[in-house]
Write a protein that binds this ligand. Structure first.
Ligand SMILES: *Cc1c(COP(=O)(O)O)cnc(C)c1O
Length: 493
């Protein structure tokens, strides 16, 4: 229709121009944060932020492409800067270019690929990515033309590790009590897990109807790492009570400390006794891609299921996770209600992954995963993991060599726990003071009852010089806090 052509030309130009100006602002945000310009974080209260974003006016008058750049500038000003070398608080990926590209592509095309006809490229990438990850664990990939074939591994991409853990435990329940889908969860099932497991595991157990009391905490050492001898003893105790172990859950690595449970030994015990082992490797599975770090996960192939987040150590934005199974049939029976689906009498063109997922509408996570795995020189993803893990060990060594600082362990992953002085409350006060200054963002945790500062070494820009500056900043903040001087903000970077 000729009459529509000028309008179309205009909207094409607006699309392109707006993307262009957005790109320029984002690039500036990323590069200035990477250089360490300005604050990592500047916490203003919601009324202040709403004012800066001119929300009332924009709700009233609307917002269009012409106004978007101004709005985005204000939005970025009040966003935390994960690329900043002082951004060391949480296990969140510092996204790189392919992550941004994948999100942009999805935002433009929205292929919700739960069924093949809604995204053949996205579905194929999901199958291909799952195969790459299965091989990294040491499991058999699935032929693309028979994704439910027995004797292969299997997996599904999910929106986050919490859903992945729920999916894995659902499959474990289906293996232990196939009748549970129709009849409800039987009362003799027990989960064995360390007390320091991620809270999503306890939630999943409650969601599955076992009740939180079905979790028994496994013995750990003084760094909260699982003791394999405790697993065998706990299994014996459960059997003596006439109960059944639905799953053993181990961490690789633990959220709080970044220490890996000895999954090889635990896996051997579980295989010998026919007990499901779920390895929650949301943070630490990416070390499978780093030859120098892979030994931390030795024996993982003995597990039954593994959770693996890309949005922690593979530089994708959230959420981007895989849950993998040694035997694809255990995944396909997780959602038992849908088992009849699996021969796909009505699927069009290729396999529908809907029966394997909790989500119905799902983003094309395969693209994000795929770009994270293959972008750049071969092996680049694993090299990043190794570099940050090794940097964390160097930073640890620097910290314990600095007077006044101690650390309970040398890191295995990129998480460093340390403290200044000998007072639990002081650690929290130091963290809060640094956060208020905006120069460094740390977190804090307890290890066997003692409070530590916690640093997650994720930004590629963080170097030894930043850690030295951080330590001297901590010392002066702490001295000020201890001497009771007014805690005025210094604005120092
Ligand atoms: C981060 C983490 C999770 C939760 O993953 P989300 O993707 O944030 O839902 C689960 N388990 C462990 C061990 C983690 O480190």
């Amino acid at each position: 229709m000729i009459a529509d052509e000028p309008a179309k030309a205009t909207s094409d130009a607006v699309f392109k121009d707006t993307l262009w100006s957005t790109t320029a602002l984002l690039q500036d945000f990323v590069s200035s944060a990477t250089r360490g310009d300005g604050a990592v974080v500047d916490l203003a209260a919601p009324p202040v932020v709403a004012q800066e974003l001119q929300l009332s006016r924009r709700v009233r008058d609307g917002l269009d492409a012409g106004d978007f750049t101004d709005f985005l500038r204000a939005y970025l000003d009040r966003s935390i800067r994960l690329h900043h070398p002082g951004s060391l608080a949480h296990q969140v990926a510092v996204p790189h270019l392919p992550a941004a590209l994948a999100d942009l592509v999805h935002g433009a095309i929205n292929n919700p690929m739960a069924i093949y006809e809604m995204g053949p490229a996205a579905t194929t990438l999901e199958l291909a990515v799952v195969n790459i990850l299965l091989e990294a664990v040491g499991w058999r990939p699935q032929p693309l033309d028979a994704p439910g074939l027995a004797s292969c591994g299997g997996g599904v991409l999910t929106h986050g590790g919490s859903l992945a853990n729920l999916t894995a435990l659902l499959a474990a329940r289906a293996a232990a009590a196939p009748e549970a889908w129709d009849e409800g969860t039987p009362h003799d099932l027990v989960i064995l897990a360390p007390a320091g497991g991620h809270y999503s595991v306890a939630r999943a157990v409650s969601i599955l109807g076992l009740g939180r009391r079905a979790i028994r905490h496994l013995p750990v050492d003084d760094l909260e790492v699982l003791r394999p001898d405790g697993v065998a003893a706990a299994l014996d105790a459960i059997a003596a009570e006439g109960l059944r172990c639905m799953a053993v859950v181990a961490n690789a690595c633990s959220t709080s400390t970044g220490l890996y449970d000895p999954i090889g030994e635990i896996g051997g015990i579980c295989r010998a006794r026919g007990v499901w082992l779920h390895v929650d490797a949301a943070h630490g599975a990416s070390a499978l891609l780093a030859p120098s770090e892979r030994h931390l996960l030795d024996g993982i192939e003995q597990a039954d299921s593994v959770t693996w987040d890309a949005h922690k150590m593979l530089r994708t934005s959230g959420l981007c996770t895989a849950v993998l199974f040694r035997d694809v049939r255990t995944l396909d029976s997780a959602f038992a209600q849908e088992a009849a689906y699996l021969l796909y009498p009505h699927e069009q063109g290729g396999p529908d992954l809907l029966p394997r997922a909790l989500e119905c509408t799902k983003t094309g996570l395969g693209l994000k995963w795929f770009l994270a795995l293959v972008w750049g020189e071969p092996g680049a993803a694993g090299r990043y993991v190794a570099q940050r893990y090794q940097a964390a060990r160097r930073f640890h060594d620097l910290i314990v060599a600095t007077p006044g600082f101690t650390s309970p362990f040398r890191p295995q992953a990129n998480i460093v726990c340390f403290r200044y002085g000998d007072n639990d409350d002081l650690q929290v006060a130091i963290r809060d003071a640094l956060l208020a200054e905006g120069s460094y963002h740390l977190s804090s945790t307890t290890v066997t009852g003692t409070r530590y500062l916690r640093m997650v070494v994720t930004p590629p820009a963080t170097e030894e010089a930043h850690v030295r500056a951080l330590l001297s900043r901590i010392r002066s903040v702490a001295d000020r806090l201890v001497s009771g001087a007014p805690s005025a903000q210094t604005g120092t970077s």
